[in-house]
Design a protein around this ligand. Structure first.
Ligand SMILES: *[C@@H]1O[C@H](CO)[C@@H](O)[C@H](O)[C@H]1NC(C)=O
Ligand SMILES: *[C@@H]1O[C@H](CO)[C@@H](O)[C@H](O)[C@H]1NC(C)=O
Ligand SMILES: *[C@@H]1O[C@H](CO)[C@@H](O)[C@H](O)[C@H]1NC(C)=O
Ligand SMILES: *[C@@H]1O[C@H](CO)[C@@H](O)[C@H](O)[C@H]1NC(C)=O
Ligand SMILES: *[C@@H]1O[C@H](CO)[C@@H](O)[C@H](O)[C@H]1NC(C)=O
Ligand SMILES: *[C@@H]1O[C@H](CO)[C@@H](O)[C@H](O)[C@H]1NC(C)=O
Ligand SMILES: *[C@@H]1O[C@H](CO)[C@@H](O)[C@H](O)[C@H]1NC(C)=O
Ligand SMILES: *[C@@H]1O[C@H](CO)[C@@H](O)[C@H](O)[C@H]1NC(C)=O
Ligand SMILES: *[C@@H]1O[C@H](CO)[C@@H](O)[C@H](O)[C@H]1NC(C)=O
Ligand SMILES: *[C@@H]1O[C@H](CO)[C@@H](O)[C@H](O)[C@H]1NC(C)=O
Ligand SMILES: *[C@@H]1O[C@H](CO)[C@@H](O)[C@H](O)[C@H]1NC(C)=O
Ligand SMILES: *[C@@H]1O[C@H](CO)[C@@H](O)[C@H](O)[C@H]1NC(C)=O
Length: 509
């Protein structure tokens, strides 16, 4: 399986090889033979002797006696944009390639089918239904028959899903660093952050370079991965930065929950879970830094890839020439005109347009000093960074009137303005609310249009997952549809042909 002696090319990427960045030398002769393809980054693990001396000196014993201490360590994939990273909107020439990557789609919508009959057979009655393969192991499971793990994408679905994930990891790496670079120590302190909190942000940025390395390898190294881009952010203050970041990490996490169970490669799904478990912690920490209740829901939801891409693309301004194009849809933008303002002592007093910047994750704007909850030291009304802030006045409530605006399709968005918003839905009639385990709809009413923009309104529903857990809470998703068909996170992508605008991150709590 190795096409050149001495060059460890992982077609069977060894179980440990890809997660730790396999050593691969990609050679033109190899790729021209076509198969197996070079895989993972051609980066040599190296030995950091200063780090080894430091470990040995701390332990007080020779490095040679510390297991693993002298082993070479794989490097992280370096970001394309190094040194001083510029930020801001795209200002280059019009793109030469536009739109999502596509070939010849076989149809226009996935049919809604009855359950697979084999899925209704297993009888969970407390006994073993089938013969065990070995003692202490029950029959069944995927990838349990002893085949060596292969850490590479296995289909266009896998590739495009993990490529989307890599776009997300790169922006998080840049964003976390950018927040630290943008604000002064005084500004962080005023928002309730200690020096240890700031170090946590730095550490979370480091985690992102590991995640970007892992995903780059799963995508096949240089031939399949995509480099870091240039970004455009909508915040100007610390609280706005954290509000934006808790929204961005929410769609990063939920975007993966939406596809990981569908990946052909269970091995990739395993590694992805192990990175998204970390991202989920980051999302909660940014909620805490924004003074939000850390987790007001019992379950975290999943969204389709096209939703995650629609939410992410407006914040990517420019990508290098060698970036890979995505297949996913960019829907027309949706906006909540009275988005609950998480920086208010009393969010019920939120008016219109209390967001700053642009896009579906536009943060709540800072209210006047006598109405802000940042640094307001009154229990129940404070939103300074904290492990938990229990708000006396919830950000939203069932029955709340929600005012919406949305764009028509055909707008250029994303890297180099090279993706075009599109919809195949009819006129929107419903607002789709996606949160926790399920979805619900509310009627879209009072629909008007002026100056190329559409307006409407709805009422925030009152639904629960189980008794005691109101479903609509936290940082969640809404979209406009022409149907009110039922979906769950597992088949929500079937709604895409019916999405007229959105998604948008609604700050329910
Ligand atoms: C449990 O279900 C299996 C498979 O249908 C069946 O063979 C077995 O008899 C059942 N056991 C009990 C105790 O019901
Ligand atoms: C092991 O399981 C995989 C699917 O998970 C299957 O493709 C493969 O044929 C199986 N191998 C053997 C030896 O049964
Ligand atoms: C995006 O624009 C920049 C600046 O014009 C250009 O260097 C880069 O190649 C473009 N990226 C793509 C993918 O075309
Ligand atoms: C919050 O604002 C609403 C609307 O102005 C008001 O009715 C309510 O009394 C306020 N709550 C508190 C605790 O100030
Ligand atoms: C809010 O913003 C929209 C779109 O920019 C604008 O049409 C509307 O007049 C604004 N509303 C208020 C109350 O400022
Ligand atoms: C805050 O101050 C502004 C202007 O001074 C005033 O209009 C507003 O009513 C005040 N808000 C509260 C909650 O007192
Ligand atoms: C908040 O108020 C409490 C009680 O008044 C006081 O003990 C505490 O020091 C204050 N904290 C800050 C950060 O000002
Ligand atoms: C927390 O907030 C809720 C309202 O959202 C309130 O019912 C509860 O009493 C508060 N608990 C504490 C300990 O402040
Ligand atoms: C969200 O959860 C918090 C914490 O339990 C609660 O105080 C708040 O009322 C909930 N909000 C909604 C809209 O249910
Ligand atoms: C989701 O909601 C629909 C409609 O209320 C319901 O029929 C279905 O059982 C729910 N599914 C889950 C997994 O909760
Ligand atoms: C929405 O439309 C209904 C019916 O035309 C009307 O009664 C209601 O006042 C409208 N609501 C708003 C906030 O404009
Ligand atoms: C879907 O909408 C129709 C028309 O508004 C309504 O009659 C029906 O009850 C709705 N179904 C669901 C599942 O909400």
């Amino acid at each position: 399986m190795f096409f050149k002696a001495g060059v460890a090319v992982g077609f069977i990427a060894a179980a440990s090889a890809v997660p730790q960045a396999a050593t691969t030398t990609s050679s033109p002769t190899a790729s021209s033979t076509g198969y197996p393809l070079p895989y993972s980054y051609p980066q040599q693990p190296s030995v950091n002797s200063a780090a080894i001396s430091s470990v040995a000196s701390h332990a007080g014993i020779p490095a040679s006696e510390i297991p693993g201490a002298t082993n070479a360590v794989p490097p992280i994939v370096s970001s394309q944009v190094t040194g001083v990273t510029s930020h801001g909107p795209y200002s280059g020439p019009p793109p030469t390639t536009t739109g999502a990557i596509s070939n010849s789609p076989a149809g226009t919508a996935i049919p809604m089918l009855p359950p697979n009959p084999t899925a209704l057979v297993y009888n969970p009655n407390g006994t073993l239904n089938n013969q065990q393969p070995i003692p202490y192991q029950p029959a069944g499971g995927l990838g349990t028959n002893g085949t060596e793990p292969v850490y590479r994408v296995q289909s266009d679905f896998d590739y495009q899903s993990i490529l989307l994930g890599l776009y997300q990891e790169w922006i998080e790496l840049d964003l976390f660093h950018n927040i630290l670079a943008t604000f002064s120590e005084e500004e962080f302190t005023a928002a309730g952050l200690t020096p240890s909190d700031r170090f946590l942000i730095e550490f979370m940025a480091d985690q992102e370079s590991g995640h970007a390395t892992l995903l780059s390898n799963l995508l096949g190294g240089p031939s399949g991965a995509t480099p870091q881009c240039t970004y455009n952010y909508p915040f100007t203050t610390v609280h706005e930065a954290f509000d934006f970041t808790q929204k961005l990490t929410r769609f990063g996490e939920s975007g993966v929950w939406g596809f990981q169970a569908h990946l052909d490669s269970r091995e990739c799904a395993q590694l992805l879970d192990q990175s998204i478990a970390t991202e989920a912690r980051q999302q909660m920490i940014f909620r805490q830094f924004a003074g939000l209740f850390p987790m007001p829901v019992w379950f975290e939801t999943g969204i389709p890839q096209s939703w995650a891409w629609t939410l992410l693309a407006p914040y990517i301004s420019e990508c290098p020439a060698n970036s890979k194009r995505l297949v996913w849809q960019n829907f027309p933008a949706l906006h909540v005109l009275n988005q609950p303002n998480s920086a208010r002592r009393n969010a019920t007093q939120t008016g219109f347009n209390e967001t700053t910047g642009f896009g579906p994750a536009a943060p709540s704007s800072d209210p006047p000093a006598n109405e802000t909850c940042v640094g307001y030291n009154v229990t129940g009304f404070d939103c300074s960074a904290s492990v938990s802030q229990n708000r006396s006045v919830p950000l939203s409530y069932p029955g709340r009137e929600v005012f919406l605006s949305w764009e028509n399709p055909g707008k250029a968005v994303g890297p180099n303005n090279s993706y075009i918003t599109a919809t195949s839905a009819g006129p929107p009639e419903f607002v789709l609310w996606v949160s926790q385990l399920n979805i619900t709809y509310s009627p879209l009413t009072n629909i008007t249009a002026r100056n190329g923009m559409n307006y409407g309104q709805t009422i925030q529903p009152d639904v629960s997952t189980y008794e005691g857990d109101p479903a609509i809470n936290g940082t969640m998703f809404i979209a406009l549809t022409d149907t009110n068909t039922s979906y769950t996170a597992f088949n929500l992508s079937n709604v895409n042909p019916h999405v007229a605008a959105g998604p948008f991150l609604y700050q329910a709590g």
